[in-house]
Design a protein around this ligand. Structure first.
Ligand SMILES: N[C@@H](CCC(=O)N[C@@H](CS)C(=O)NCC(=O)O)C(=O)O
Length: 217
């Protein structure tokens, strides 16, 4: 089988890279990691040389390039259907796809005000306006999942899935910015914080990559 190379940004900050990384880790295949610096300065030359869209994560598999986090999740699922990256049931799978797409295309206030810096701690920002709406919506999405599928297991759809991978950076943001969660989500939060692949990502991160929250990473 062709070799996998995952091109990522700094682990402390690159939330999109984390999603691609979690997908390839879950597939349990050997891969090489190439890190391109986004902080403190953006290595534009390497990004443009190594990736078709100038963005990370990008997965290179033989001559194939997959240059988007959700597309990487889907590609790994296509290669390893036995891993059940999505829930098996069609209705539950549709639910998982909706909330994953909602994350992939939305929550811009959360993303710009509360940049991921997984090893850093910040004061909780003022929770008003669009930021409050984003956080309330995420809490409502997660609570609904935990209510519906909590009896199957501790993840959003019971078993670990792409939906958890898509929301993993939000978990790390909520930790960094000390966002209070309702009791019903504490188990989910702890399960994700202690997930071995997320722990491993954080162990490799460098807190000096950023001193402050950064936008849009
Ligand atoms: N929709 C893309 C977003 C990827 C993205 O914006 N990645 C950021 C880093 S986390 C990046 O490459 N930024 C460099 C740039 O835009 O110049 C995905 O899901 O992978």
């Amino acid at each position: 089988m062709s070799k996998f190379t995952l091109i990522i940004g700094n682990k402390n900050n690159s939330s999109w890279s984390l999603r691609g990384y979690l997908a390839i880790k879950y597939a349990n295949v050997d891969f090489e990691e190439v890190m391109v610096s986004l902080r403190p300065s953006l290595d534009r030359a390497s990004l443009d040389r190594l990736t078709p869209a100038g963005k990370v994560p990008t997965l290179k598999h033989g001559n194939n390039y997959i240059w988007d986090s959700l597309a990487i999740c889907e590609y790994m699922n296509d290669l390893h259907p036995e891993k059940n990256f999505w829930p098996k049931n069609i209705n539950i799978r549709a639910h998982a796809r909706c909330i994953s797409a909602e994350m992939h295309s939305g929550f811009t206030a959360l993303r710009s005000v509360m940049g991921m810096a997984c090893l850093n701690k910040f004061e909780c920002p003022k929770l008003t306006g669009d930021l409050k709406n984003d956080i309330d919506r995420i809490i409502s999405i997660w609570s609904e999942c935990v209510k519906q599928y909590g009896s199957i297991g501790p993840y959003l759809f019971g078993k670990y899935s792409i939906a958890d991978m898509m929301y993993a950076p939000v978990i790390l943001r909520f930790k960094s910015y000390q966002i209070e969660l309702p009791d019903v989500l504490i188990k989910y939060f702890d399960t994700m914080i202690n997930h071995p692949d997320i722990e491993e990502w954080c162990l490799d991160a460098d807190p000096n990559d950023t001193a402050e929250p950064i936008n849009k990473l």
